[in-house]
Design a protein around this ligand. Structure first.
Ligand code: NAD
Length: 290
Protein backbone atom coordinates (compact mmCIF):
# COMPACT_ATOMS: atom_id res chain seq x y z
CA UNK A 1 0.00 0.00 0.00
CA UNK A 2 1.10 3.58 -0.65
CA UNK A 3 1.23 5.29 2.73
CA UNK A 4 2.08 8.82 3.85
CA UNK A 5 3.34 9.07 7.44
CA UNK A 6 3.20 12.54 9.00
CA UNK A 7 4.86 13.04 12.39
CA UNK A 8 7.95 10.87 12.80
CA UNK A 9 8.72 11.45 16.48
CA UNK A 10 9.24 8.94 19.29
CA UNK A 11 6.16 6.96 18.26
CA UNK A 12 5.76 7.74 14.56
CA UNK A 13 9.29 6.79 13.47
CA UNK A 14 9.21 3.20 14.81
CA UNK A 15 5.62 2.72 13.57
CA UNK A 16 6.66 3.84 10.08
CA UNK A 17 9.73 1.58 10.27
CA UNK A 18 7.47 -1.42 10.96
CA UNK A 19 5.29 -0.58 7.95
CA UNK A 20 8.39 -0.39 5.75
CA UNK A 21 9.72 -3.68 7.14
CA UNK A 22 6.37 -5.26 6.21
CA UNK A 23 6.82 -4.14 2.60
CA UNK A 24 4.60 -1.05 2.55
CA UNK A 25 5.63 1.93 0.44
CA UNK A 26 6.01 4.78 2.95
CA UNK A 27 6.64 8.48 2.31
CA UNK A 28 7.32 10.42 5.49
CA UNK A 29 7.17 14.05 6.54
CA UNK A 30 8.11 15.69 9.83
CA UNK A 31 8.66 19.42 10.41
CA UNK A 32 11.81 18.50 12.38
CA UNK A 33 13.31 16.94 9.23
CA UNK A 34 13.23 13.39 10.65
CA UNK A 35 13.52 10.65 8.03
CA UNK A 36 12.92 6.91 8.30
CA UNK A 37 15.35 4.37 6.83
CA UNK A 38 13.96 2.60 3.78
CA UNK A 39 11.18 5.13 3.22
CA UNK A 40 10.91 8.16 0.94
CA UNK A 41 10.82 11.70 2.33
CA UNK A 42 8.56 14.53 1.19
CA UNK A 43 9.16 18.25 1.51
CA UNK A 44 5.70 18.96 2.97
CA UNK A 45 2.67 17.16 4.38
CA UNK A 46 0.53 17.60 1.24
CA UNK A 47 3.41 16.42 -0.94
CA UNK A 48 3.59 13.22 1.16
CA UNK A 49 -0.22 12.79 1.03
CA UNK A 50 -0.58 13.21 -2.73
CA UNK A 51 -1.42 9.84 -4.30
CA UNK A 52 -1.36 7.97 -0.96
CA UNK A 53 -4.07 5.40 -0.21
CA UNK A 54 -3.61 6.02 3.50
CA UNK A 55 -2.30 9.09 5.33
CA UNK A 56 -1.24 8.31 8.90
CA UNK A 57 -0.71 11.15 11.35
CA UNK A 58 1.15 10.81 14.70
CA UNK A 59 1.25 14.36 16.04
CA UNK A 60 1.53 16.12 19.41
CA UNK A 61 -1.98 17.59 19.83
CA UNK A 62 -5.37 18.48 18.34
CA UNK A 63 -4.42 21.97 17.14
CA UNK A 64 -1.52 20.57 15.10
CA UNK A 65 -3.68 17.73 13.82
CA UNK A 66 -6.33 20.24 12.62
CA UNK A 67 -3.66 22.33 10.87
CA UNK A 68 -2.16 19.27 9.16
CA UNK A 69 -5.64 18.01 8.18
CA UNK A 70 -6.40 21.38 6.54
CA UNK A 71 -3.30 20.90 4.40
CA UNK A 72 -3.51 17.21 3.54
CA UNK A 73 -7.24 16.64 2.98
CA UNK A 74 -7.33 18.66 -0.27
CA UNK A 75 -4.28 16.73 -1.51
CA UNK A 76 -5.84 13.29 -0.92
CA UNK A 77 -7.65 11.24 -3.56
CA UNK A 78 -11.32 10.37 -3.08
CA UNK A 79 -11.75 7.12 -1.09
CA UNK A 80 -8.32 7.40 0.59
CA UNK A 81 -8.09 6.96 4.37
CA UNK A 82 -6.98 9.55 6.91
CA UNK A 83 -5.79 7.53 9.91
CA UNK A 84 -4.92 9.62 12.95
CA UNK A 85 -3.05 7.71 15.67
CA UNK A 86 -2.23 10.76 17.84
CA UNK A 87 -3.84 11.28 21.23
CA UNK A 88 -5.98 14.40 20.81
CA UNK A 89 -9.21 15.89 22.18
CA UNK A 90 -12.45 14.23 21.11
CA UNK A 91 -13.75 17.46 19.50
CA UNK A 92 -10.70 17.75 17.22
CA UNK A 93 -10.93 14.07 16.27
CA UNK A 94 -14.59 14.49 15.29
CA UNK A 95 -14.00 17.78 13.44
CA UNK A 96 -11.16 16.31 11.38
CA UNK A 97 -13.21 13.19 10.56
CA UNK A 98 -16.19 15.34 9.47
CA UNK A 99 -13.91 17.44 7.27
CA UNK A 100 -12.35 14.32 5.70
CA UNK A 101 -15.72 12.66 5.08
CA UNK A 102 -17.11 15.84 3.51
CA UNK A 103 -14.19 15.67 1.07
CA UNK A 104 -15.06 12.06 0.10
CA UNK A 105 -12.39 10.43 2.28
CA UNK A 106 -12.52 7.73 4.94
CA UNK A 107 -11.40 8.68 8.45
CA UNK A 108 -10.39 6.79 11.59
CA UNK A 109 -9.17 8.10 14.94
CA UNK A 110 -7.02 5.38 16.47
CA UNK A 111 -4.97 6.46 19.49
CA UNK A 112 -2.65 3.83 20.86
CA UNK A 113 -1.49 2.37 24.11
CA UNK A 114 1.79 0.54 24.50
CA UNK A 115 4.22 3.47 24.39
CA UNK A 116 7.56 3.69 22.61
CA UNK A 117 8.39 0.04 23.39
CA UNK A 118 5.12 -1.13 21.83
CA UNK A 119 5.66 1.11 18.80
CA UNK A 120 9.12 -0.39 18.21
CA UNK A 121 8.00 -3.99 18.79
CA UNK A 122 4.81 -3.62 16.71
CA UNK A 123 2.68 -4.56 19.72
CA UNK A 124 0.54 -1.44 20.14
CA UNK A 125 -3.15 -1.58 20.99
CA UNK A 126 -5.31 0.65 18.80
CA UNK A 127 -8.64 2.08 19.99
CA UNK A 128 -10.47 3.07 16.85
CA UNK A 129 -13.40 5.30 15.95
CA UNK A 130 -14.94 5.60 12.47
CA UNK A 131 -17.18 3.82 9.99
CA UNK A 132 -17.01 0.06 9.34
CA UNK A 133 -15.52 0.70 5.89
CA UNK A 134 -12.85 3.01 7.27
CA UNK A 135 -11.94 0.57 10.05
CA UNK A 136 -11.73 -2.31 7.55
CA UNK A 137 -9.29 -0.31 5.42
CA UNK A 138 -7.11 0.47 8.46
CA UNK A 139 -7.12 -3.08 9.88
CA UNK A 140 -4.20 -4.54 7.88
CA UNK A 141 -2.06 -1.63 9.07
CA UNK A 142 -3.14 -2.14 12.68
CA UNK A 143 -2.04 -5.77 12.29
CA UNK A 144 1.44 -4.63 11.26
CA UNK A 145 1.91 -1.89 13.87
CA UNK A 146 0.08 -3.54 16.73
CA UNK A 147 -1.25 -6.68 18.36
CA UNK A 148 -4.84 -5.60 18.93
CA UNK A 149 -7.33 -3.12 17.49
CA UNK A 150 -10.75 -2.50 18.99
CA UNK A 151 -13.39 -0.78 16.87
CA UNK A 152 -15.02 1.35 19.58
CA UNK A 153 -17.70 3.12 17.53
CA UNK A 154 -18.06 6.20 15.35
CA UNK A 155 -15.65 9.13 15.00
CA UNK A 156 -14.06 10.17 18.28
CA UNK A 157 -14.86 6.84 19.99
CA UNK A 158 -11.19 5.81 19.94
CA UNK A 159 -10.13 9.00 21.70
CA UNK A 160 -13.01 8.64 24.17
CA UNK A 161 -11.92 5.09 25.07
CA UNK A 162 -8.30 6.15 25.48
CA UNK A 163 -8.97 9.07 27.84
CA UNK A 164 -11.49 7.10 29.93
CA UNK A 165 -8.99 4.26 30.31
CA UNK A 166 -6.20 6.62 31.29
CA UNK A 167 -8.41 8.51 33.74
CA UNK A 168 -9.05 5.19 35.53
CA UNK A 169 -5.33 4.38 35.36
CA UNK A 170 -4.31 7.71 36.96
CA UNK A 171 -6.89 7.50 39.73
CA UNK A 172 -5.90 3.89 40.48
CA UNK A 173 -2.19 4.69 40.47
CA UNK A 174 -2.68 7.56 42.91
CA UNK A 175 -4.79 5.33 45.16
CA UNK A 176 -2.18 2.57 45.08
CA UNK A 177 0.67 5.00 45.84
CA UNK A 178 -1.07 6.76 48.71
CA UNK A 179 -2.01 3.39 50.21
CA UNK A 180 1.64 2.24 50.10
CA UNK A 181 2.71 5.51 51.76
CA UNK A 182 0.09 5.02 54.48
CA UNK A 183 1.13 1.38 54.92
CA UNK A 184 4.75 2.53 55.41
CA UNK A 185 3.71 4.91 58.16
CA UNK A 186 1.68 2.15 59.82
CA UNK A 187 4.77 -0.08 59.83
CA UNK A 188 3.41 -2.56 57.28
CA UNK A 189 6.01 -4.31 55.14
CA UNK A 190 5.59 -3.43 51.43
CA UNK A 191 5.91 -7.03 50.29
CA UNK A 192 3.16 -8.09 52.72
CA UNK A 193 1.01 -5.20 51.51
CA UNK A 194 1.50 -6.45 47.92
CA UNK A 195 0.81 -10.08 48.86
CA UNK A 196 -2.50 -9.12 50.45
CA UNK A 197 -3.78 -6.42 48.08
CA UNK A 198 -2.77 -8.17 44.85
CA UNK A 199 -4.99 -11.11 45.85
CA UNK A 200 -7.75 -9.08 47.54
CA UNK A 201 -10.43 -6.65 46.43
CA UNK A 202 -7.95 -3.74 46.19
CA UNK A 203 -6.13 -5.45 43.32
CA UNK A 204 -5.61 -3.55 40.08
CA UNK A 205 -3.30 -3.35 37.10
CA UNK A 206 -1.27 -0.68 38.92
CA UNK A 207 -0.72 -2.97 41.90
CA UNK A 208 -0.46 -6.35 40.21
CA UNK A 209 1.31 -5.57 36.91
CA UNK A 210 3.00 -2.17 37.40
CA UNK A 211 3.65 -2.01 41.13
CA UNK A 212 4.97 1.46 42.12
CA UNK A 213 7.05 0.06 45.01
CA UNK A 214 10.64 -0.88 44.00
CA UNK A 215 11.53 -4.54 44.49
CA UNK A 216 7.90 -5.57 44.95
CA UNK A 217 5.77 -7.38 42.35
CA UNK A 218 6.81 -7.88 38.74
CA UNK A 219 9.54 -5.77 37.12
CA UNK A 220 8.27 -2.18 36.59
CA UNK A 221 9.68 1.35 36.16
CA UNK A 222 9.94 1.57 39.98
CA UNK A 223 12.75 -1.00 39.71
CA UNK A 224 14.56 1.26 37.29
CA UNK A 225 14.61 4.53 39.26
CA UNK A 226 11.19 5.49 37.86
CA UNK A 227 12.53 6.00 34.34
CA UNK A 228 9.45 5.85 32.06
CA UNK A 229 7.60 3.62 31.13
CA UNK A 230 4.74 6.00 30.86
CA UNK A 231 5.89 9.51 31.74
CA UNK A 232 3.92 11.60 34.24
CA UNK A 233 3.90 14.43 31.64
CA UNK A 234 2.03 12.22 29.15
CA UNK A 235 -0.40 11.14 31.84
CA UNK A 236 -1.04 14.82 32.60
CA UNK A 237 -1.76 15.45 28.91
CA UNK A 238 -4.32 12.61 28.85
CA UNK A 239 -5.92 13.74 32.12
CA UNK A 240 -6.34 17.24 30.70
CA UNK A 241 -8.01 15.77 27.62
CA UNK A 242 -10.34 13.74 29.87
CA UNK A 243 -11.34 16.84 31.85
CA UNK A 244 -11.78 18.89 28.67
CA UNK A 245 -14.09 16.16 27.34
CA UNK A 246 -15.93 15.95 30.69
CA UNK A 247 -16.45 19.71 30.58
CA UNK A 248 -17.81 19.64 27.05
CA UNK A 249 -20.07 16.61 27.76
CA UNK A 250 -21.18 17.93 31.21
CA UNK A 251 -19.93 14.78 32.98
CA UNK A 252 -19.16 14.87 36.71
CA UNK A 253 -15.63 13.46 37.16
CA UNK A 254 -14.39 14.54 40.60
CA UNK A 255 -11.66 11.89 40.89
CA UNK A 256 -10.41 12.63 37.38
CA UNK A 257 -10.28 16.34 38.23
CA UNK A 258 -8.29 15.64 41.40
CA UNK A 259 -5.93 13.32 39.52
CA UNK A 260 -5.33 16.06 36.95
CA UNK A 261 -4.57 18.61 39.68
CA UNK A 262 -2.15 16.23 41.42
CA UNK A 263 -0.26 15.31 38.25
CA UNK A 264 -0.12 19.01 37.27
CA UNK A 265 1.52 19.87 40.62
CA UNK A 266 3.84 16.88 40.34
CA UNK A 267 4.99 17.67 36.78
CA UNK A 268 4.96 21.49 36.83
CA UNK A 269 5.93 22.44 40.41
CA UNK A 270 7.79 19.38 41.70
CA UNK A 271 10.18 16.81 40.26
CA UNK A 272 7.71 14.73 38.23
CA UNK A 273 8.70 15.90 34.74
CA UNK A 274 10.38 13.09 32.82
CA UNK A 275 9.69 10.52 35.57
CA UNK A 276 7.34 7.59 35.32
CA UNK A 277 3.77 8.26 36.45
CA UNK A 278 4.25 5.70 39.26
CA UNK A 279 6.81 8.06 40.89
CA UNK A 280 3.79 9.35 42.81
CA UNK A 281 4.88 6.83 45.48
CA UNK A 282 8.19 8.55 46.39
CA UNK A 283 6.23 11.83 46.23
CA UNK A 284 3.70 10.65 48.83
CA UNK A 285 6.23 8.84 51.03
CA UNK A 286 8.08 12.14 51.68
CA UNK A 287 4.92 13.98 52.71
CA UNK A 288 2.76 14.37 55.79
CA UNK A 289 -0.80 15.63 55.89
CA UNK A 290 0.13 19.36 56.09
P1 NAD B 1 6.89 13.41 19.58
O1 NAD B 1 6.86 14.82 20.06
O2 NAD B 1 8.12 12.60 19.78
O3 NAD B 1 6.53 13.36 18.00
C1 NAD B 1 5.67 14.24 17.36
C2 NAD B 1 6.34 14.61 16.03
O4 NAD B 1 5.44 15.42 15.26
C3 NAD B 1 7.62 15.40 16.20
O5 NAD B 1 8.69 14.74 15.57
C4 NAD B 1 7.32 16.75 15.52
O6 NAD B 1 8.43 17.32 14.86
C5 NAD B 1 6.24 16.35 14.54
N1 NAD B 1 5.40 17.46 14.11
C6 NAD B 1 4.90 18.49 14.85
N2 NAD B 1 4.16 19.31 14.06
C7 NAD B 1 4.18 18.78 12.82
C8 NAD B 1 3.60 19.16 11.57
N3 NAD B 1 2.83 20.26 11.48
N4 NAD B 1 3.83 18.39 10.51
C9 NAD B 1 4.61 17.27 10.58
N5 NAD B 1 5.20 16.87 11.73
C10 NAD B 1 4.97 17.61 12.84
O7 NAD B 1 5.63 12.71 20.27
P2 NAD B 1 5.36 11.12 20.39
O8 NAD B 1 5.84 10.66 21.72
O9 NAD B 1 5.80 10.46 19.15
O10 NAD B 1 3.77 11.13 20.49
C11 NAD B 1 2.94 11.30 19.34
C12 NAD B 1 1.49 11.14 19.77
O11 NAD B 1 1.31 9.84 20.34
C13 NAD B 1 1.04 12.13 20.82
O12 NAD B 1 -0.28 12.53 20.53
C14 NAD B 1 1.11 11.33 22.12
O13 NAD B 1 0.20 11.78 23.10
C15 NAD B 1 0.74 9.95 21.63
N6 NAD B 1 1.25 8.84 22.46
C16 NAD B 1 2.54 8.84 22.87
C17 NAD B 1 3.01 7.79 23.65
C18 NAD B 1 4.45 7.74 24.12
O14 NAD B 1 4.76 6.89 24.97
N7 NAD B 1 5.34 8.59 23.61
C19 NAD B 1 2.13 6.74 24.00
C20 NAD B 1 0.83 6.76 23.52
C21 NAD B 1 0.40 7.83 22.76
Amino acid sequence: MKIAFIGLGNMGAPMAANLIAAGQEVTGFDTAGIEVDGGASASSAPAAAKGAEVVITMLPNGAILRAVADEVIPAMASGALLLDCSTVDVDSARAVADQAEAAGLLAVDAPVSGGIGGAAAGTLTFMAGGSEAAFAKAEPLFDIMGQKAVHCGGSGAGQAAKICNNMILAVTMIGTCEAFALADKLGLDRQKMFDVVSTSSGYSWTMNAYCPAPGVGPQSPADNGYTPGFAADLMLKDLRLSQQAAESADADTPMGALAQALYATFVEDEDGKGRDFSAMLPRFEKRGRG
